[in-house]
Design a protein around this ligand. Sequence first.
Ligand SMILES: Nc1ncnc2c1ncn2[C@@H]1O[C@H](COP(=O)(O)OP(=O)(O)OP(=O)(O)O)[C@@H](O)[C@H]1O
Ligand SMILES: [Mg+2]
Length: 257
Amino acid sequence: MTKLLEVNNLTMEFGGVVALKEVNLHVSAGEIAALIGPNGAGKTTVFNVVTGYYQPTKGDVLLNSKSVLGLKSNKIARLGLARTFQNIRLFGDMTALENVMTGSDSRNKVGLVGSIIGTSRSRQEESLSHSRAAELLNFMGISHRSGQLARNLPYGDQRRLEIARALALEPKVLLLDEPAAGFNPQEKVELGELIKKIRDAGFAVLLIEHDMSLVMKISDRVSVLDFGQKIAEGTPSEIQNNQKVIDAYLGVVDNAS
Ligand SMILES: Nc1ncnc2c1ncn2[C@@H]1O[C@H](COP(=O)(O)OP(=O)(O)OP(=O)(O)O)[C@@H](O)[C@H]1O
Ligand SMILES: [Mg+2]
């Protein structure tokens, strides 16, 4: 399988805090890879480094075999890495549809000037991004929210909207940071089905999630972080039976739930 995203020997220090230590990870074409581990293990930090929000202390990040280190976040997004945030970030005063269009707008080739003077090509692209945004809202099951302001949406629909916006970038790899947080069991099942559809539509997925039934049901491969280090990687059943993982995380999760 082609490796779309590779994280090589990644170390991230914040002052004295070692958030990641020599971590190796990858996401292959056509897979749902999961990244799990206790609070503070470094999962979100991986997303922040690979998307260019932080410069790592050591190591490299390759997208399609090319390093993206030092590139700006929006450039990395355009190269094929789109993400959602653990704490939802939407344009609250824009409608749901407009939020998704901001994702696809950055794919347009016409650019700002063309949009302002309204060339026919930019008009074409505008209606294209409009219809594509509507399709994505429909795909995420929130087309009835299209004209509503993002800040007025129920929490779960805001999470779905963030995924729609990330998909509008047509990423090679979609990074989801705790997409099921706050969902009820039924919503989690539906979200799991949607994530599988996203993978089947040709997007690779890297999923951070604390809900183990969701992770184990939909993931092709699971990597486990603990105190900034990768302690295991394997299929869901290998991970569920790994004593190190049980001691560091799964035992604790099971007791808590
Ligand atoms: N900008 C920052 N400055 C200083 N320390 C940071 C920063 N970002 C993360 N950290 C630290 O790095 C460690 C890993 O944090 P991170 O947010 O990646 O954990 P996580 O695995 O996503 O946890 P959770 O499951 O709670 O979301 C923590 O000790 C955190 O305090
Ligand atoms: Mg996190």
